[in-house]
Design a protein around this ligand. Structure first.
Ligand SMILES: Nc1ncnc2c1ncn2[C@@H]1O[C@H](COP(=O)(O)OP(=O)(O)OP(=O)(O)O)[C@@H](O)[C@H]1O
Length: 480
């Protein structure tokens, strides 16, 4: 029989340990663990005090295994990130508020109210990840947003609940990743990073962490593989521009630890990074060269440990090689204009072997864009090719027979991007069904013209923005 005074003493000791651990612990995760520890102790009323330290240690280790990439482990670190975010964006300063649209003052003058975000109806599921659930909604002002919150059924929450058994501690742990992403989105601003419209933190009236972002559509690699080369090139170019920015961002060099196509979305064809919770800042520290090795399934790369004890440039290399293996390999060489293949091979070689850095890669990509946009890559095109066509200016072809080609911008016909009439004539010559083509006012993202190819037409109707080229009878195949 245990005396009531002893029980009281033990309870007081537990309460005191919890309060002091929570109070003095500078590390956010230690506080969570202290809570888990206290919860455990309350549930089993006979833990000897001598095992307290061991238990705490074990909980910390388990937590580290549970969420190995959760680098918002220290309040100091989080505060430091926040401070840097605010320094790089002076207009956003003002401390933590319940709801802020600090990232949006240029684009959306109206403040996003948390109450509005939490009240949205008819939200549709856009995606579920290990950590977050993302819903699409249209706000009252007509703005389409993606609302991110903790995925209560996600793998992170489930693993945490299995391990710690404390729902509120787990929510706090997992939402830390979302909060971290919000902080990063505030300071990292680039056309290829999703725009943060606003966010909510748990306030007095409850509700969890939530961010409101520019809405995109999940990146479907299979779908992307079926799009024209120009669109796939756009995705790769956006990625390279993003990596260039991340290599020297306002926060330092940023590496995407969990680099997968699903961390990105497309917004009107433009690639945007949306999942930043696993991004890490700063090149790794090292004591020997062996600390600066990048391990990939099929190969490893290493660099020297600098005299300052940093693997300088390792983040950049990791991002670049991941871009090569997840994006360039699939999207870049396939059906590229033959005259640009040499440049593509150079890019594939230098990124696949990590011979060049992001600067060289960006230079190659910008050159590729320039050659493609300007039509310079078509220099060897026979100029006589256009003589095989009769042109009807300020008209468009109506009716007639369409045919399909691949990869067309329009699935019911044959619509391809061309630099001008010469290139369109070349394509028409190479299609057995082609009898005429129309150049209209529609342009692709590079400014190239969308040409529509058909086998026949019923009529020519006036249209000041369009011209029709009709193949002359007996026009020869230029055997290109
Ligand atoms: N802005 C957005 N617009 C549309 N869909 C989005 C947006 N942001 C994210 N998604 C979709 O939601 C999914 C989950 O989002 P996110 O990647 O941020 O969550 P996560 O839990 O960190 O994912 P993971 O398990 O890959 O780490 C994404 O894969 C994407 O398909």
């Amino acid at each position: 029989m245990v005396a009531p005074s002893v029980l009281l003493c033990v309870a007081a000791l537990f309460a005191l340990s919890f309060i002091s651990l929570s109070f003095f612990a500078r590390e956010w995760d230690v506080r969570v663990n202290a809570r888990a520890l206290a919860t455990g102790l309350l549930h089993s009323d006979a833990f000897p005090a001598s095992t307290r330290q061991l238990l705490l240690q074990e909980l910390q280790e388990r937590r580290a295994k549970l969420l190995p990439d959760l680098t918002c482990s220290g309040e100091d670190r989080f505060a430091e990130l926040r401070r840097r975010a605010l320094v790089s964006r002076p207009a956003a300063a003002g401390g933590r508020r319940n709801c802020v649209d600090s990232a949006t003052e240029n684009t959306h003058s109206r403040q996003l109210e948390c109450s509005e975000l939490r009240r949205v109806h008819e939200a549709v599921l856009l995606g579920l990840g290990y950590t977050k659930a993302v819903f699409g909604a249209v706000l009252r002002n007509g703005l389409s947003v993606a609302l991110k919150s903790v995925n209560a059924q996600g793998a992170d929450m489930s693993a945490c609940l299995r391990d710690l058994g404390d729902a509120s501690a787990c929510y706090e742990l997992v939402s830390c990743k979302l909060s971290r992403e919000i902080v990063l989105l505030q300071s990292l601003q680039h056309p290829n990073i999703i725009q943060l419209y606003g966010y909510c933190h748990p306030g007095k009236r409850g509700g969890g962490v939530m961010s409101a972002l520019e809405q995109g559509s999940p990146l479907q690699m299979i779908q992307l593989l079926q799009t024209p080369w120009e669109e796939r090139f756009r995705v790769c170019l956006g990625l390279v521009r993003l990596l260039d920015y991340l290599s020297t961002s306002p926060l330092g060099s940023v590496v995407l630890l969990d680099f997968q196509p699903r961390q990105f979305v497309l917004v009107s064809g433009e690639l945007k990074l949306t999942d930043l919770d696993d991004a890490s800042i700063g090149d790794p520290v090292c004591s020997t060269d062996a600390d600066c090795v990048l391990h990939f399934p099929l190969r490893n790369f290493s660099i020297a440990c600098s005299s300052e004890g940093i693997c300088k440039g390792l983040n950049e290399k990791r991002n670049l090689y991941n871009s090569y293996r997840y994006f360039f390999t699939y999207l870049l060489p396939h059906r590229a204009p033959p005259a640009l293949q040499y440049l593509i091979e150079r890019i594939m070689n230098s990124t696949g072997e990590l011979k060049g850095g992001i600067n060289d890669t960006l230079e190659d990509f910008e050159e590729l864009l320039h050659l493609y946009k300007s039509g310079l890559y078509l220099e060897n095109l026979p100029s006589s090719i256009i003589k095989d066509y009769t042109v009807a200016k300020r008209t468009r072809a109506a009716g007639g027979k369409a045919y399909r080609c691949w990869p067309s911008y329009d699935h019911s016909g044959c619509v391809l991007s061309v630099h001008g009439a010469h290139e369109a004539a070349l394509l028409c010559h190479s299609h057995r069904e082609c009898a005429c083509f129309t150049l209209g006012s529609r342009r692709t993202w590079t400014g190239r013209i969308l040409a529509s190819f058909t086998s026949s037409f019923d009529d020519l109707v006036p249209d000041v923005n369009s011209e029709v080229y009709v193949k002359k009878a007996g026009a020869s195949d230029p055997a290109l």
